[in-house]
Design a protein around this ligand. Structure first.
Ligand code: ADP
Length: 412
């Protein structure tokens, strides 16, 4: 089956076409046929697309909305220009998998989209007012352009964390607020944490019940997950993606008292504080320079910029603190896994997070660490290390495509 995977943001659309089916999943022989990104939808849209191993092509077009953006993508996919031999017409697209950010307590697993599922995703808008509406735009555009005959599946960022125990997901605020409004921790990046745990099993030959990990997804958004017996038992993001690690522009953990104090001192509204914590904080806020880790490392090295160093140090310290907390909570783990743009590509940051933890059972190999970047994967720990350390590039799209195939098959 050829599965179109869509990840829609408020003004962006990322896509992949993946050929997969139950047999290919079994053999881990799924193939990515094409991928692309459309940014700045609503104005002059920047488009990058690439099929197979052909060079990526960049172009710009005015695309009004997500419908126009997906229309563009579908036309490109079926055109001879894309050189995807197995797709000649839209009838060769057999399913669509959508990344949906928030599934709250309604969706513990991926779901074949029907009216009830659409309503469920709409009901979660309160919890993810920026993300779920964008995901819904992608779903509606695909329904209109491909028709009801092409099955569509929603894969939720929160689902993997639905196995967290109450003790991990409840906030210590009056319990009736959880009952009344479902205020609790949900966690995000679930598909990424789930993918690297799956890949760890493939690399090590372990069974699901033997999968005890701490996975660190460090990208623009960052989260840590504690995985016991293959299941998420704790994660650093909460009701929203703001909690936990220091991120590109998000503060992560913060005394809630700061909010009242800020509004008092700066005369800021709740909306303004929300924007400050989500969009002007984290690496950007601390450094006053950028949210981009590569640039910060450059500033630190080339210009000995004090605030760049401070931002990086605080970023690493927070990640390390979570590793310690989760190891204590789980009573140890078999491996740490780094993923996401920073986790996959920055040996320097990885080392600053785990260094001097030999007493803890984490012994790493500097040379192996230095060699792993640019999409490579591998074990960077010494053979004597009690806790292994892996770098595994994430591949959320692959799991979305596979879930799509499984959901379609289970309904047939
Ligand atoms: P998103 O969360 O938006 O998907 P990514 O996972 O692509 O983001 O991560 C983006 C982050 O990864 C940026 O801060 C970027 O600077 C960082 N990054 C990418 N490559 C490197 C590198 N070689 N060294 C350090 N940081 C890097």
């Amino acid at each position: 089956m050829n599965i179109l995977v869509l990840n829609c943001g408020s003004s962006s659309l990322k896509f992949q076409i993946i050929r997969t089916d139950l047999e290919l999943i079994e053999k881990a022989a799924d193939v990515r046929l094409a991928r692309g990104v459309l940014e700045r939808i609503g104005s002059e849209t920047l488009i990058t697309h690439q099929s197979g191993d052909n060079p990526a092509v960049k172009e710009a077009q005015p695309l009004r909305d997500h419908h126009a953006a997906l229309d563009f993508v579908l036309r490109w996919i079926v055109s001879p220009e894309s050189r995807i031999d197995t797709i000649q017409s839209l009838a060769d697209i057999h399913g669509v998998g959508h990344r949906v950010v928030h599934g709250a307590e309604k969706f513990n697993v991926s779901a074949l989209i029907d009216d009830a599922v659409l309503k469920g995703i709409e009901d979660c808008i309160d919890l993810a007012p920026l993300h779920n509406p964008a995901n819904l735009k992608g779903i509606h555009a695909a329904l209109r352009l491909l028709g009801p005959g092409v099955p569509q599946v929603a894969v939720f960022d929160t689902s993997f964390h639905s196995t967290m125990p109450e003790t991990a997901y409840l906030y210590a605020i009056p319990y009736q607020l959880y009952r009344r409004h479902k205020i609790r921790r949900y966690g995000f990046h679930g598909t990424s944490h789930r993918y690297v745990a799956y890949r760890y099993r493939q690399l090590t030959g372990k069974k699901k019940e033997e999968t005890n990990l701490i996975t660190l997804h460090l990208g623009n958004g960052c989260s840590v997950c504690a995985i016991r017996e293959g299941k998420s038992v704790d994660t650093s993001m909460g009701l929203t993606p703001l909690e936990g690690l220091v991120m590109g522009t998000r503060s992560g953990d913060l005394d809630p008292g700061v909010i009242e104090y800020l509004s008092h001192k700066e005369g800021m509204s709740l909306d303004e504080i929300d924007a400050l914590l989500n969009k002007q904080s984290g690496l950007l806020g601390l450094s006053g320079l950028t949210n981009d880790m590569r640039e910060l490392l450059e500033e630190e090295k080339e210009h000995q910029d004090r605030r760049a160093k401070l931002a990086i140090d605080i970023f690493c310290r927070r990640a390390r603190k979570y590793i310690g907390a989760y190891l204590a909570q789980m009573g140890g783990a078999d491996a740490l896994i780094f993923t996401g743009g920073i986790g996959e590509n920055s040996p320097v940051i990885r080392k600053r997070i785990y260094e001097n933890l030999e007493w803890f059972g984490i012994e790493t190999d500097d040379r192996a660490n230095a060699e792993i970047c640019d999409g490579k994967e591998g074990d960077i720990s010494k053979p004597s290390s009690r806790i292994r350390v892996f770098v595994i590039p994430t591949n959320e799209e692959l799991l979305i495509a596979r879930d799509t195939v499984r959901c379609i098959n289970s309904k047939q």
